[in-house]
Ligand binder design. Structure first.
Ligand SMILES: Nc1nc2c(c(=O)[nH]1)N[C@H]1C(S)=C(S)[C@@H](COP(=O)(O)O)O[C@H]1N2
Ligand SMILES: [Mo]
Length: 509
């Protein structure tokens, strides 16, 4: 049912999505932490489990009170419909259809079937109550309805189950074929060579210590954070991007071929999520290929506010209704803000925004990195609050200077002697100047900095520690090129990113 409309509008996805939208930030952070990228699967399974339980309860209720049972099913349809239409990507009533239609059919079935079952069991009771003296009455002489009704129930229920499975399968295959076009369009992409290639990553950028992150994160290992329960499968051949709004003198619509045909830049950029806890995994570094966004905006007549332009906020919209607001000044100040088409030499994976996503070095993903982008609107911070800002996250969010110990792992038991402590530090677009390590309450000692790739990428570091037996706490801090030292003050991720220092406790044997 839902499958044939939009997978995103199905009751489970809609309720799940609405749950995500309404989940208080601490709970959301907790869920992301506990379940990692599996949190969405956990959520969907949870909803299905709750639905199964409710179906059981409603079924039992329906045996006694058919109308109440049926009304219960309808109520769930209404909840699903409200959830679907309330999602950021809702296209209106169309999205309410799967839940409503499904629940009307379901309620009708429950009403009809429970009626049959009720007559069947009443007849059974009648028969059991029949006087034994009438033992000569053969079953053939018994009134047929009981048998017929029980068989009728089984037949009708089977037909209903088969029909709903059939409708589900039809919808799935319909979607699969839509998905197939998107997959084919992605497979057909041939990424052109960049007019402005990235320089080779310096050999010394990767610290040769086991357990340290790889300098370039593979597409497969790159973290994923988004609100999409169903990954949007966009067909690049029919996709287009609109640029419009305040101060745009030449509104534009660009196709994927238009973007591929332009001068492309290739850059290493480290992306970080504002939901990343101190020491957390939501940071990754990739080689991106794309179109310089500032050039496109200039062609459209956009002037940054620092030079008298009207719009100070660029709002990017995705095909799934996400809205992400970025300062126009940041996009146009000379940094390598881009509309990315390629990631590590491949077209963007669907999970990372195929066909096109935005990237702005130095800003957290939720204020810069719109995936599956299809619309750019120039506006003001006063006039519009995007998705996460409506949910109490900061309007502006430059990435905070952070560092992480990759090795040793928490509660490791290294042998006494020289233990290599190593990890990564980042302060995108400012650059890392220094990393220091402290053992217990001792003095801060400078770590060895690996070669810098660019100031938009993370930087690795290592520190040979003379480890003595016993329990020890290792702490790291970074200093960025503005001279700012990573603060010790711990804050939550909301509203503008976690601050504080990463510590690891180990026991040296
Ligand atoms: N359409 C869309 N784009 C999005 C998001 C989203 O939920 N929907 N999440 C943003 C956030 S919070 C981050 S941190 C980055 C993560 O990008 P990645 O999943 O490719 O690592 O995407 C950003 N772009
Ligand atoms: Mo994020």
């Amino acid at each position: 049912m839902s499958a044939a409309v939009r997978p995103e509008a199905g009751p489970v996805v809609a309720v799940g999505g609405a749950a995500i939208d309404r989940t208080p930030a601490p709970v959301k952070d907790w869920a992301i932490r506990e379940f990692g990228t599996n949190d969405k699967l956990v959520l969907q399974l949870g909803i299905l489990a709750v639905l199964a339980l409710l179906a059981l309860v409603l079924g039992l209720v329906a045996l006694r009170r058919r109308l109440v049972g049926a009304a219960g099913v309808l109520l769930f349809g209404v909840i699903g419909a409200l959830a679907a239409t309330g999602r950021p990507d809702s296209t209106g009533f169309r999205d309410a259809f799967p839940s409503l239609a499904g629940s009307v059919v379901g309620a009708g079935l429950l009403y009809g079937l429970s009626g049959r079952l009720a007559t069947a069991s009443t007849s059974d009771v009648d028969r059991a109550d029949a006087p034994p003296s009438s033992g000569d009455v053969s079953s053939a002489d018994r009134p047929a309805p009981a048998e017929w009704n029980r068989r009728g129930f089984v037949v009708a229920a089977t037909v209903a189950a088969a029909a709903s499975a059939g409708v589900g399968a039809l919808g799935k295959s319909f979607n699969a074929s839509r998905g197939k076009e998107a997959v084919a369009s992605r497979e057909a992409v041939e990424l052109p060579a960049p007019a402005s290639p990235a320089r080779a990553v310096p050999g010394g950028a990767q610290v040769r210590v086991p357990g340290v992150s790889s300098f370039t994160t593979s597409n497969k290992d790159f973290y994923r954070v988004d609100t999409a329960l169903v990954v949007p499968k966009v067909n690049a051949d029919t996709w287009s991007l609109r640029i419009r709004g305040e101060g745009v003198t030449r509104a534009t619509r660009l196709s994927f071929a238009d973007l591929l045909g332009r001068e492309l830049i290739e850059r290493d950029i480290t992306l970080t999520c504002v939901s990343n806890e101190v020491g957390g995994p939501y940071v990754g570094n990739a080689r991106w290929l794309g179109v310089r966004l500032a050039d496109l905006l200039t062609e459209c007549g956009v002037v940054p506010p620092s030079r008298g332009g009207l719009a100070d906020q660029l709002v990017a919209r995705s095909v799934d209704g996400m809205t992400i607001g970025t300062p126009v000044d940041d996009v146009m100040d000379g940094r390598d803000a881009m509309l990315a088409l390629g990631m590590n030499g491949r077209p963007l994976p669907f999970t990372h925004g195929f066909p096109v996503r935005m990237l702005v070095p130095g800003l957290y993903g939720y204020v810069s990195a719109c995936k599956w982008i299809e619309d750019i609107e120039l506006t003001t911070f006063d006039a519009y609050d995007p998705y996460w800002v409506k949910r109490d996250w900061a309007r502006r969010a430059p990435i905070k200077t952070q560092s992480r110990i990759d090795t040793p792992k928490p509660f490791a038991r290294p042998k006494a002697g020289t233990v290599m402590v190593a990890g990564v530090a980042w302060a995108q677009h400012r650059g890392i100047d220094k990393v220091e390590v402290r053992v217990d309450d001792g003095p801060w000692r400078s770590a060895d900095l690996a070669a810098e790739d660019t100031r938009d990428t993370w930087r690795q570091w290592s520190y040979p520690w003379r480890a003595t037996p016993g329990g020890h706490t290792l702490t790291v801090r970074a200093t960025d090129r503005t001279g700012a030292v990573q603060t010790a003050r711990r804050t939550r991720t909301i509203p503008d990113g976690a601050s504080g220092r990463h510590s690891v406790v180990v026991t040296v044997d």
